[in-house]
Design a protein around this ligand. Structure first.
Ligand code: TXE
Length: 503
């Protein structure tokens, strides 16, 4: 439903889900309000799906998977659909960016950048759709011909979070569709609007009904049914690690493959020989961009003792300049926290860090500046004197809170950086190529940035080591997460071998 088609209900926009090509309310008509994190006010009504809606959406996706209009079209034609979708998202980019800013408080400048970039995933994986080839195996059995086919899995449940809703959904949808699967997409209850605004574009691009279904509602109501549904072949999840763990446990019961991306506690490691002003900017960007609500947030700055004081002075000076306020303004640099519970969690962690004895050198409280209005803001916050084993240095805060930890040599930096249960990303700031390369090898993380931070691309694999996740998104191999390999044997001789002996 585009905003033009959206019904207004008591001044609030009212959305419908997308199931089997139809725009539907939840069974029984349940809805919930979605709020604007800057005004603190509800602005739209979203269907609150129940178990019956899950069953309906999965059935629609399963029917679509067997529909020859999808199953039998050529891989090139499937790729062309993805290309068209990319073009339509580019056409609607500004509108989608505005909706996201209203619904989840992301900066409009960041959303414009993301919406401009998202089509590339559809172009890239659309281009890949007809380049997935099986193999002929030079098999060791005389008279036998053996080849492989790469086949889609079936219905993929894509469960996505609120922090970069369209981008993180795209990372799942583009490869899954390119591989020929069908989708039930459950966006976060905190950011469903952009997903529902995208819904008509699937039809306009030419995807048959039911290939993409969008089910809105609460994880607590429908998560379990969706993950354990016997007709769901795979679960692709991005979210918190506890939810991820329960999704994994549930998927295991029905032996389903999963892709999990579960956040981190990434270290930005600054060596004594680093270009200090660049490292300061990279560290600030790593923790305050997107108000720290990114899985890749560089929430620990590991700083060599020789430059610690100069580095912290510069960090605080730059951090102080952050312009907070209305995320819809081009000039705003730090927006609100997306959800009320998340704001409470961030403030709790600030309290925990203070009680643990960390020194707060910037921020450290809810923001009450006039330009923050009634929004759910937290001041950009920096703690120094943090010890590697403190909770603030071990647990994901998912907000604008940086912990600065001192180190004396590379071995200690590696031990601290690797000393959490997570392993999503790490930054290394040095001018020494040897240090850059050895650190890239020694750090246990799925992405290493050297003298930069927060770069991602549709071409490059993204995912976690250790508790940060399973599987990779983006890059050539990501499509393999949505395919299964079949081995086909043909006897070329036509002689039936001894039936009592394995051939
Ligand atoms: O995430 P949830 P929340 C981290 C971050 C944050 C914490 C909690 O630390 O503070 O997670 O955020 C759906 N079965 N990240 O509570 O619950 C839910 O509806 C199936 C890191 O918002 O993980 C939503 O669609 N699904 C992260 C999705 O899971 C369930 C991004 C994510 O929500 C479910 C966001 C269930 N039982 C938060 N319960 C990252 N990796 O970037 C909930 N969901």
């Amino acid at each position: 439903m585009t905003s033009r088609e959206a019904r207004k209900d008591g001044g609030m926009q009212s959305y419908k889900m997308l199931i089997g090509g139809e725009r539907l309310d939840a069974e029984g008509g349940a809805t919930f309000e979605t709020e604007n994190p800057f005004s603190g006010a509800p602005w739209a009504l979203v269907p609150r799906a129940g178990v019956a809606d899950v069953d309906k959406a999965v059935a629609a996706a399963r029917t679509a998977f067997n529909n020859p209009d999808w199953r039998k079209i050529s891989a090139s034609a499937r790729g062309a659909l993805l290309h068209r979708l990319g073009d339509l998202i580019a056409r609607e980019a500004e509108r989608l960016a505005q909706i996201e800013t209203r619904d989840n408080g992301k900066l409009i400048t960041e959303m414009r950048g993301q919406l401009k970039y998202i089509p590339q995933w559809y172009y890239y994986f659309g281009g890949l759709a007809d380049k997935i080839e099986g193999r002929v195996i030079p098999i060791d059995k005389p008279g036998m011909f053996n080849f492989t086919r790469e086949e889609p899995l079936g219905v993929v449940a894509a469960i996505t979070p609120w922090n970069s809703p369209l981008m993180l959904a795209t990372w799942k949808l583009a490869p899954a569709l390119a591989a020929g699967n069908t989708i039930v997409w459950k966006p976060s209850e905190f950011s469903s609007a952009s997903a529902l605004e995208l819904a008509p574009l699937f039809e306009e691009a030419g995807f048959p009904p039911g290939v993409v279904n969008i089910l809105t509602g609460f994880g607590a109501d429908i998560g379990e049914r969706l993950v354990s549904h016997p007709d769901v072949a795979k679960v692709a999840f991005t979210g918190g690690d506890r939810t991820g763990q329960s999704v994994y446990e549930l998927a295991a019961r029905s032996i389903k493959p999963v892709t999990l991306e579960l956040g981190g506690k990434s270290a930005n490691i600054v060596f004594g020989d680093a270009l200090i002003d660049n490292a300061v900017k990279g560290t600030i960007s790593g923790i305050f961009a997107a108000t720290g609500q990114t899985c890749i947030a560089g929430s620990r700055a590991l700083v060599h003792r020789s430059i610690h004081d100069e580095f912290v002075d510069k960090l605080v000076s730059l951090g102080k300049t952050a312009r907070m306020g209305d995320p819809a303004l081009d000039t705003t640099q730090v927006g609100p926290i997306t959800t009320r519970p998340q704001r409470a969690k961030v403030l709790d962690y600030i309290g925990i860090a203070k009680n643990e004895g960390a020194q707060c050198v910037l921020g450290g409280a809810a923001a009450t500046r006039p330009e923050c209005g009634n929004g759910w803001f937290v001041e950009p916050t920096i703690f120094t004197g943090v010890k590697a084993d403190m909770r603030i240095a071990q647990e994901e805060v998912f907000g604008p809170v940086l912990s600065v930890i001192t180190f004396d040599d590379a071995d200690e930096a590696v031990a601290i950086a690797n000393g959490t249960q997570y392993g999503l990303a790490a930054g290394v700031w040095t001018q020494n190529i040897g240090t850059a390369l050895t650190m890239s090898e020694r750090l246990e993380a799925g992405t290493i940035w050297v003298n930069t931070y927060r770069a991602v691309s549709y071409m490059s694999p993204f995912g976690g080591y250790k508790r940060s996740g399973i599987g990779r998104e983006s890059g050539l191999n990501a499509i393999r997460e949505y395919l299964q390999e079949k081995s086909v044997w043909i006897d070329m001789i036509g002689e039936v071998a001894n039936p009592f002996v394995q051939r």
